[in-house]
Design a protein around this ligand. Structure first.
Ligand code: G3P
Ligand code: MG
Length: 243
């Protein structure tokens, strides 16, 4: 059974403030194969990396990212209460590409297009990925499957994954219908009868979130997953490879 890739969820977010350059840098140092991150768009149309549509939870300010310019956002502190990282800025997508360029890591770019309808976010992320030469190291995903479809329209060669949770029936058939390459289910979806086998039979990659505890990692490693998305890439490496 092939071992799953380890993708650091929002970077090594169990160790450093989520979705920040130090979290992505740590992911590389901890032996992750890739990182997962979330993209949003500023008021002046810049791609930035942040999980929530608002800055309230992860910075020292309040409000919607869509209402801040990049320059304004850069003045905020995204250390998320972690004093060791005081003054940490929100990263742009371009900075993450540049940081990880020499590492060989891949990036799972999650488009946060579920609540705010960001104009042209898909066009912008595809253009930037190409400009930076990252086409072969990126997989795009979203809970908004219109966004995932849009990516394939813009770049038929792009790899895409459908994020979902809860219990929709026959996701492998749905994945094929939409022409996506992978399913990105919540971990508990793996328990549904016949689901994992059906994905294997139909050559659909399974990239599963978010697997943080050792017991689940041990259990899931046997299932032939393509990737596990975890806040603790170092722990995952120890469990999966024993080092
Ligand atoms: O992409 C996997 C996972 O990040 C999806 O949920 O809320 O952590 O972005 P969320
Ligand atoms: Mg995410």
């Amino acid at each position: 059974m092939e071992k799953p890739l380890i993708w650091a969820h929002r970077g090594a977010s169990g160790h450093a403030p989520e979705n920040t350059l130090p979290a992505f840098d740590l992911a590389a140092k901890m032996g992750a194969d890739g990182v997962e991150l979330d993209v949003q768009l500023t008021a002046d149309g810049e791609l930035v990396v942040c999980h929530d549509e608002k800055v309230d939870r992860t910075s020292n300010a309040k409000g919607w990212i869509k209402d801040y310019t990049l320059e304004e956002l850069r003045k905020l502190d995204f250390s998320y209460g972690n004093q060791a990282y005081e003054g940490l800025q929100i990263p742009t997508m371009e900075e993450v590409f540049d940081l990880l360029q020499p590492t060989g890591l891949s990036i799972n770019i999650e488009m946060k297009t579920g609540i705010v309808m960001y104009p042209q976010l898909e066009e912008k992320i595809v253009a930037l990925t190409h400009e930076k030469g990252w086409q072969d190291r990126v997989i795009y995903s979203s809970f908004n499957h219109y966004s995932v479809q849009k990516i394939k329209e813009l770049d038929p060669e792009a790899k895409t994954g459908l994020l979902y949770a809860d219990g929709p029936v026959d996701m492998p058939a749905y994945c094929k219908k939409l022409g996506a390459d992978a399913l990105h289910p919540a971990w508990y979806n793996l328990q549904f009868p016949g689901f994992v086998d059906a994905c294997h039979e139909q050559h659909i990659d399974l990239n599963v979130w978010t697997i943080n505890d050792a017991e689940s990692m041990k259990q899931f490693v046997e299932l032939g997953l393509h990737a596990v998305i975890t806040n603790y890439p170092q722990k995952a490496r120890k469990i999966i490879y024993g080092v």
